[in-house]
Structure formats: structure tokens, C-alpha cells
Design a protein around this ligand. Structure first.
Ligand SMILES: *Cc1c(COP(=O)(O)O)cnc(C)c1O
Length: 964
């Protein structure tokens, strides 16, 4: 037998589901003679790319990981004392392996289907409880993207809720000691919506200013100082001025909470609760406020409700607040957040408990205090304010530079500012580190170093009385029962087992592209060379990252057919905002700053109008025709009507209806003709890669959801990344950062706190592109289109399929119309819930069309999996027919009662008119590996009426009275 030495399996054939034989079978089923023919029937010829993607040759998995280790080693992991909201932390092994590195957690979707998401919903309730109790507030959300954006959301929310007396007040005072990256974000977000920012020392704050509606402090502040703000907050209240605090959860285990000082909002980052610094992210930003603002709070809130049997069940609360519903009336565009990282932070709090957290805080404080005392003894000028973990040493430039040299020699990073050095401590630091630091400063001063033993013995927690925390926190059993590793492991597993994720079955969420998140892509994320870098570490310690960024930008630029890319935005919605701010800056730079109308088709995702309003634009809706395409006549008439103030069009391509609109080039040309720019929402990029591109269709800027098309897992609702790619005329305006030079010559102010957003998950997309190569990526797109059209063919005749292209083909997703079933009382939601009994997560429900399901299989699913999913949907169709034909009851049927739990079919008397077997084993394949939903249909309205968003004693809800 001949041996072929290059027969290793290409990554492409692991990522793309269908085999050659399956491709042939599927093509036959859909009546296309070849893949090429199918693609030509789907993607209009006029926009097809004329040359293959110019990307490096595909690598094998093993080859990639070996090469990537070399790149990673160009990053240098120094000890970080930089602080500024990013601290080194110890990720407990049990959380690292069983959450961060576990696809059971990281491949889950946002918990819209709450009955099969009770595990992460419980973890998120725990997160909210941690935030609420430590900040002393009544309500918290389940994360925002980072501390800076959370602070910006506080500024805009307070603006929206300001009292009547302050109706016309637009001034927001920000203490100059707030972190610089946060200040930059406030600048970005304030200006377009007409908020006037005032930065200054607190001594300059004039609370009687009638224009002033809000004030923001940082506690502890950027210098590390802690002060009692209660009298200022009280005075603010008297003057109808609202207050926001940025704070630090670890510090709050020792300090009086902002809530106790009277704060209206508290924001911050939960990073140091066991989430690696990752060169800037991803981390969970938190946001806590008062109950009275519950209808204005941004982001997702998890609440407690009951299921049909009266059992406690969690689900997302108050969803009418979200931009999906509010659209241009929304004040926030947050969609993808930081669920996986909030889950990690919550488990960190569960694992350590209140005493453990306090000990961690005490140690960080103790080391800081020891260092301050020792350095004073060496004769240094240590600032004498009260502090938590950060000390300030005042120093002239010459001495400072000498310290810098010595510290770098010892692999240590401090924070250097105009006349000071700052040193921040965290749980990874030890007495040895204090010795090195004292040694460095003593050497600089030409003195002998000190022995620390005496000072260590004398260490005491002595905070000013007003600042020493007296209130309890985290008293609920969940924070006190799982401190042994065995108990913790089992708690994590118990929650994981309640959730359906990609480890169980395909999740065909239209518009969300739930494709394979390959293990080889995930492995580098937790390499220390990527995970342990501080975002403001010196450039020459981050050369591996810089190389990664340069390559990834080049590749994404090539894929989109544009000229440059910014890796800063942390989600698709942030990308939209960034892109619109770039367009805005472009118009302003040409003296056309008055252009402020954004045309948005009615079919657009809710984030589009929300982002446009945040960028200071006026939204003008463009109609869609009965096929779901943009109504060209309406577009032309709106563009003409607004020709003098047209800023841009926001368009999703292929459309949110899953169709490559043939008129797209004409649409783009029309906008350009009237002086506008074209923003392409890149959520559907999975249908374009290698076949066409935003550049090719004539757009000017797009975002890419790396957590959709480029394999970053959804994490149960985040993290994500939303880089923007732009044509050359927009490149000068790509966003910057106040501390690290990024972006263009005329950069707009920051979009995220960190210069490269959530840098530590970029290796995932990098790995995907490097292992697929140009051909592999293009084949993936073709497979995605093939898989969608195969499902369409299998469902056709059973369910009406809405909106196909002119040649009858779907793009990478399709819409199944379920509205006709209403006649027999079956809602689209019933089908979504019934799919759970078959072991499937529902497709996208009621977007972009109410009463429909949007199915996107992606390229990663095999024909066998597609067939199982289709079999389930066809079987459900028969179950509906039984109702239609009067064979099944209109109320007590398998759809209305779905999902069925083990408890329901195993306990008590069975009174349903259908069998238990039909309820839970409706089709043969389910028996092979039944996934059991753990609660019955959840009553969302009940939970909204009785809003509870933190841990509550279990007994209160477990009534079980209505159990069948
Ligand atoms: C997912 C999606 C968005 C929002 O992206 P996030 O990453 O969740 O912020 C915007 N538009 C469309 C069409 C989407 O599918």
C-alpha cells in the first residue's frame, strides 16, 4: 500500500460538517447540479468576488498551535502593579477547567429559552446578588461590556431619569480622579447626545448649578484614595442632582458601600473576581441602581418567576426595556454582554464566600499598607490619603525613571504618571513582592533595604470610621455552602447539566450563527502569555499581541474588501456605534457635520436604530416590500427628501430575511449619490466570506460579530467582539485610546475601555482563519448556504417558507412561517418550547417577523444532525395536525404543555389525554440521549409583576401546589 505523507486531516474537514457524499445527496435533494450552481442561484453574479481570498495557507491544528506558541512567547508576562481597574487574579482551578475551558458553559446561547437555561440563569442571579450586596444597591443587571461603557450607561440613564425640576439640565460633573479610560468613554458618549461634561476636582463641584443633573465619583479613585462622599451625595439629593459611583467589588468587602452613601448608580468591573486580565478583556462590567429605575436600567436583568407548576424558575426580566422592543426610543444598544465572565465572577464569590473574599481584600490591603509604611521609612514621599490596595509615591522625573529602569529589570510594571508612581496590589502578590519593591526604591534612594518582619507583625486594618464597612453581605447559603472543591465542582456541574448548549445538539439561531467553536481555537485563550497581560503594559512586552492584531486586521480587511480594521468594539452593537461615530467624524471633517439622518429599513435589528440615536442621529425608517426586501422607491424618496442632511444608511446583508437582495449595489449608489455613507451590519457575514464582501457591494464600513462568523463562542450571552472594517476614506477616524496609541490620525474617542477590546479572545478568530485558509473559509460559506437550502427543501410543503431569493434559494438562513397555526391556538412559542422535548433549542423566534422561526444551521452541522432537527420539526407539524384534525385537545396537548419535565411525568398521577411516552420520547432518537428541561413553561409576566432579581430562600417559591 502506498503511503501518503501528507494525509493528515485538514482542519477544514473538522469544521465543515457535510462530507463529499453528503454534499452530493443534499444537492440532489435541493435540485442543484453542483455547489457552484447553487451558489450562482443564491449570490447575485454582479456582486460575486472575482478572485480568491488572499490569506495565508491553511494550517493543521497541531501545526497552528506550535506556531502560535512561538507568537505568544513574544508577549512578556511581567508582574503587574498597574491597577486602573485591571488586577491580576487567581482563577480557581475548578472554575478554570469546568467553566472557562468547558464547552458546556461557553457554547451556550443567551438564555432566551429559559426552561433550558436554568443553570446559567442561576449563576447570573448569583452575580446580580454579589453586585447588589457589595454595592449596597437594590437592583443589578447581569453585566455590561466593561467599566467604561457601564459608566457611560450610568451617565445616559441618569439623564433619562432626572427629576422634573432638572428637565433641561444637561451638565454632568465627573471627578478628575476617575480612571482615564473611563473619562475617554464618557467624552465619546456625551457629545453626540448633547450632554456637557465637566471634569474637575471635587472642590470645584457646584451642586446649585441649575444646569447640573448628575455627578460621578470613583471610589476608590484613580489615585487609590478613598473618601466619604455621603455629605456630597446628601447635598446633591437636596439639589435634585443624581449621583453615580464607579467602584471596586473587592474593595467594597471592606468599605462602606456607595449604596449606604446614597448613590443612585454604581458601576465597575468584576474582573478581579477570578477573571484573567487578558490584555483588556473580556470581563464583566457591572451596573447597579435603585428599584425605582428598573424600567430604565440598561442590559439584561435576570429575575425569579414561577413555572406552570408553581416552582421557582429564572428568566430574563422586564424585556420590554431592551432595544429589540424600544428601537429608536432606546437609550442603550447593549445586546451581547459578558455572561461567561459574570458566571465566572459569581462562581468565584460562591467558592470564596464572604469570609474568603474579605481575606483576599485584607491581604491586598495589607501588602499595600506594608509597602507604604516601609517606603515611608526609606524616606519616600508616600501620599497620606486613606487607600485600599493602591499607594501613591510622589517623585520627580529623574527618580521616577530610575525606578522604572530598576523595576523593568525585576520584571515588574508600576504605573507612572506626571509626578507619581502608583502601585496596586492584588491576591496574586506576596510578601516577597513587597521585599522586591522596597528593594527597588531603596536602591534608587541609595539606601539599605529594610527588614519587614516588625512591620508585618504590626499590620492592622485601620480605616476611617465612616469608611469601614459594617453591613453584612453574601449571607445566602449559596455563598456559604460550596467552599470545598468537591462541593464546588458538583455545584458547577449541577448548573451546567440544566443547560442545553452546542455539546448537546445544533442551535440553529437565525442571525446568531452558532457554529463550531473548535477546541484548538479555544486552547490559547488561557495561555498565560495571552491571559495575564495588563492592557496598559508597555508595548515592548506585548509584541506577540501586536503581531496577532496586525495579522488579524489584515485578514479581516481582506475578507471585507476594505482598507483597515479597528479591533476595539466589544460587541456587534458596539461596532455599530463605532462605525456610526466614524461616519459622523467623516462628515464633520468635511464641514458637513449637519448630516444626521440615518435611514434604517423596518426589518433592521433593534440595535441599529438604538446605535444611531446614541450617535446623535435621527432615524428615518425605510419600508420593506412583501418579499422582505428594501422598498427601493421608498428608499429613493427618503434619500431625496433628506438629501441635505443624509448621514448614512444602515443595511444588513444578506438581509435579516436571509436573502441576497439583488438591488444592493443600486441601494448603495443611491445613498452615495445623496452624500451619505453605507453602514453594513455584518451579523450575516457568514453568508458572504469568500463569495462577496461589504467592499464589493459598495458599503463604506461594517462590523463583524466575531462571536458569530468567526467562531468566538457565545458564552451564554457574551463575550463577543465587534471589530469594524472601513474603506480608506474612513480609516483616519478609527477609534483611539487615551493611554495606548491606536486608531487613525483623526481618531474618534474610545469605544471600549481597553485599546484592543477583549484582546484575549481574538486568538479564537485568528486560529479559525489561520486553520481554514481562504479556500476553507469560502467552502464554509458554501456549506452554510447548502445546509440552509437543504433544511428549506426538507421543510417545504410542511411549513410555509418566507422570503427566498429570485431563484427560489435561501441564503444561509430561512424563515419558517408559523402564523397559520394560531387558528388552532398554537403559537410560535409553543413550537419553540416543544422543540425542547426533542432535545433542541428553538431557532430565532419572531425576528425579523413576528410569529415565525428563523433557522440558521451553519456549515458545522452534518447532514445527520440536520436530518434529526428536520425530523423533529416535521414530527411537531404532525402534532399540530392532530390538533387541527380534532384528534388532540386544543388546550391539553403536547405543544401547549411543553416542555415536559422528568418530575411531571414521573410523579403524581398522569392526567393528560396523551401518553407520558409521547410527552418526553416523541421520536426514537430522543431515547438515545434525552436532555431533560428542569422546569416547566415559565410565567414571565408573573416575574415582572413581582420583580425579584437576587438569590432568595428556596422554600419561598417551591410550592409545588399545581404539580400535575
Ligand atoms: C447579533 C446582531 C446584532 C448585535 O450584535 P451583538 O454582538 O449582540 O451586539 C446586530 N444586528 C444583527 C442583525 C444581529 O444579528
Amino acid at each position: 500500500m502506498q503511503i501518503n505523507l501528507s494525509n493528515a486531516v485538514k482542519f477544514e474537514s473538522r469544521h465543515n460538517g457535510p462530507t463529499e457524499a453528503e454534499i452530493a445527496e443534499m444537492l440532489e435533494k435541493i435540485g442543484a447540479s453542483s455547489l457552484e450552481e447553487l451558489i450562482n442561484q443564491t449570490v447575485p453574479e454582479s456582486i460575486q468576488l472575482t478572485r480568491p481570498l488572499d490569506l495565508p495557507k491553511a494550517k493543521l491544528e497541531s501545526e497552528f498551535l506550535a506556531d502560535f506558541k512561538v507568537l505568544a512567547s513574544k508577549n512578556k508576562v511581567f508582574k503587574s502593579f498597574i491597577g486602573l481597574g485591571y488586577y491580576d487574579t487567581i482563577v480557581p482551578g475548578v472554575i478554570l477547567r469546568n467553566v472557562l475551558e468547558n464547552p458546556g458553559w461557553y457554547t451556550a446561547y443567551t438564555p432566551y429559552q429559559a426552561e433550558i437555561a436554568q443553570g446559567r440563569l442561576e449563576a447570573l442571579i448569583n452575580f446580580q446578588t454579589v453586585v447588589m450586596e457589595l454595592t449596597g444597591m437594590e437592583l443589578a443587571n447581569a453585566s455590561l461590556l466593561d467599566e467604561g461603557t457601564a459608566a457611560a450607561e450610568a451617565m445616559t440613564m441618569l439623564h433619562a431619569v432626572k427629576p422634573r425640576e432638572k428637565k433641561n439640565a444637561n451638565r454632568y460633573f465627573v471627578d478628575e480622579k476617575v480612571f482615564p479610560q473611563t473619562k475617554a468613554l464618557l467624552v465619546t458618549r456625551a457629545e453626540p447626545i448633547g450632554i456637557e461634561l465637566v471634569f474637575g476636582p471635587i472642590s470645584s463641584l457646584d451642586l446649585t448649578d441649575p444646569e447640573l443633573y448628575g455627578v460621578m465619583f470613583q471610589y476608590p479613585n484613580g489615585d487609590g484614595a478613598i473618601s466619604d462622599y455621603s455629605s456630597i451625595v446628601a447635598a446633591a439629593k437636596e439639589n435634585k442632582v443624581l449621583t453615580a459611583f464607579a467602584s471596586d467589588l473587592l474593595a467594597l468587602t471592606l468599605l462602606t458601600s456607595p449604596g449606604e452613601m446614597g448613590a443612585d448608580v454604581v458601576v465597575g468591573s468584576a474582573q478581579r473576581f477570578g477573571v484573567p486580565m487578558g490584555y483588556g478583556g473580556p470581563h464583566a462590567g457591572f451596573f447597579a441602581t435603585k428599584e425605582e429605575f428598573k424600567r430604565q436600567i440598561p442590559g439584561r436583568i435576570i429575575g425569579v418567576s414561577i413555572d406552570r407548576a408553581g416552582n421557582k424558575a429564572y428568566r430574563m426580566a422586564l424585556q420590554t426595556r431592551e432595544q429589540h422592543i424600544k428601537r429608536e426610543k432606546a437609550t442603550s444598544n447593549i445586546c451581547t454582554a459578558q455572561v461567561l465572565l459574570s458566571v465566572m465572577a459569581s462562581f468565584y464569590a460562591v467558592y470564596h464566600g464572604p469570609k474568603g473574599l474579605k481575606n483576599i481584600a485584607l491581604r491586598a490591603h495589607g501588602l499595600a499598607k506594608l509597602t507604604a509604611t516601609a517606603l515611608s521609612k526609606v524616606g519616600l514621599n508616600v501620599a497620606d490619603h486613606a487607600f485600599f490596595d493602591t499607594i501613591q509615591i510622589k517623585m520627580n522625573e529623574v527618580s521616577r525613571e530610575r525606578v522604572r529602569g530598576l523595576a523593568l529589570g525585576a520584571n515588574i510594571n508600576f504605573r507612572y504618571e506626571a509626578d507619581s508612581i502608583f502601585i496596586s496590589f492584588d491576591e496574586t502578590k506576596s510578601l516577597e513582592d513587597v521585599k522586591s519593591i522596597v528593594n527597588i526604591f531603596a536602591t534608587e534612594e541609595g539606601k539599605h533595604t529594610l527588614t519587614l518582619d516588625k512591620l508585618v507583625e504590626g499590620l492592622q486594618l485601620e480605616l476611617p470610621a465612616a469608611l469601614a464597612r459594617k453591613s453584612d453581605y453574601l449571607t445566602h447559603p449559596v455563598f456559604n455552602n460550596y467552599h470545598s472543591e468537591h462541593e464546588m465542582l458538583r455545584y458547577i456541574k449541577r448548573l451546567e447539566n440544566k443547560d442545553l448548549s452546542l455539546v448537546h445538539s445544533m442551535i440553529s439561531l437565525g442571525s446568531c450563527t452558532m457554529k463550531l467553536n473548535a477546541t484548538a481555537e479555544m486552547i490559547p485563550v488561557t495561555w498565560p502569555e495571552f491571559s495575564q497581560l495588563h492592557p496598559f503594559a508597555p508595548m515592548d512586552q506585548t509584541l506577540g499581541y501586536q503581531e496577532l492584531f496586525t495579522n488579524l486586521r489584515t485578514w479581516l480587511t481582506e475578507i471585507t474588501g476594505f482598507a483597515d480594521t479597528s479591533l476595539q468594539p466589544n460587541s456587534g452593537a458596539q461596532g455599530e456605534y463605532a462605525g456610526l461615530m466614524v461616519i459622523r467624524a467623516f462628515h464633520m471633517n468635511r464641514g458637513e457635520g449637519h448630516r444626521d439622518v440615518a435611514l434604517i429599513p423596518t426589518s433592521a435589528h433593534g440595535t441599529n436604530p438604538a446605535s444611531a440615536v446614541m450617535a446623535g442621529m435621527k432615524v428615518v425608517l425605510v419600508k420593506c416590500d412583501e418579499k422582505g426586501n428594501i422598498d427601493i422607491e421608498d428608499l429613493k424618496s427618503k434619500a431625496t427628501e433628506h438629501k441635505d442632511d443624509l448621514s448614512c444608511l444602515m443595511v444588513t446583508y444578506p438581509s435579516t430575511h436571509g436573502v441576497f437582495e439583488e438591488a444592493i449595489q443600486e441601494i448603495c449608489a443611491t445613498i452615495h449619490q445623496y452624500g451619505g455613507q453605507v453602514y453594513m451590519d455584518g451579523a450575516n457575514m457568514n453568508a458572504q466570506v469568500g463569495l462577496t464582501s461589504p467592499g464589493r457591494i459598495g458599503a463604506d464600513v461594517c462590523h463583524l460579530n466575531l462571536h458569530k462568523t468567526f467562531c468566538i463562542p457565545h458564552g451564554g450571552g457574551g463575550p463577543g467582539m465587534g471589530p469594524i472594517c472601513v474603506a480608506s476614506h474612513l480609516a483616519p477616524f478609527l477609534p483611539g485610546n487615551p493611554l495606548v496609541k491606536t486608531g487613525g490620525e483623526l481618531a474618534v474617542s474610545s469605544i471600549s475601555s481597553a485599546p484592543y477590546g477583549s484582546a484575549s479572545i481574538l486568538p479564537i478568530s485568528y486560529a479559525y482563519i489561520a486553520m481554514m485558509g481562504g479556500d476553507g473559509l469560502t467552502n464554509a460559506t458554501k456549506m452554510a448556504i447548502l445546509n440552509a437550502n437543504y433544511i428549506k427543501e426538507r421543510l417545504a410543503g410542511h411549513y410555509p417558507i418566507l422570503y427566498t431569493g429570485s431563484k427560489g434559494r435561501a441564503a444561509h438562513e430561512m424563515i419558517v412561517d408559523c402564523r397559520a397555526f394560531k387558528e388552532v391556538g398554537v403559537e410560535v412559542e409553543d413550537i419553540a418550547k416543544r422543540l425542547m422535548d426533542y432535545g433542541y433549542h428553538a431557532p430565532t423566534v419572531s425576528f425579523p417577523v413576528a410569529g415565525t422561526l428563523m433557522i440558521e444551521p451553519t456549515e458545522s452541522e452534518t447532514k445527520a444532525e440536520l436530518d434529526k432537527f428536520c425530523d423533529a420539526l416535521l414530527s411537531i407539524r404532525e402534532e399540530i395536525r392532530e390538533i387541527e384534525e380534532g384528534k388532540a385537545d386544543r388546550v391539553e396537548n403536547v405543544l401547549k404543555n411543553a416542555p415536559h419535565t422528568a418530575k411531571m411525568v414521573l410523579t403524581g398521577e398522569w392526567t393528560m389525554p396523551y401518553s407520558r411516552e409521547k410527552a418526553v420520547f416523541p421520536i426514537a432518537f430522543v431515547k438515545e440521549g434525552k436532555f431533560w428541561p428542569t422546569v416547566r413553561r415559565i410565567d414571565s409576566a408573573y416575574g415582572d409583576r413581582n420583580l425579584v432579581c437576587s438569590c432568595i430562600p428556596v422554600e419561598e417559591y417551591a410550592t409545588e401546589t399545581e404539580l400535575a
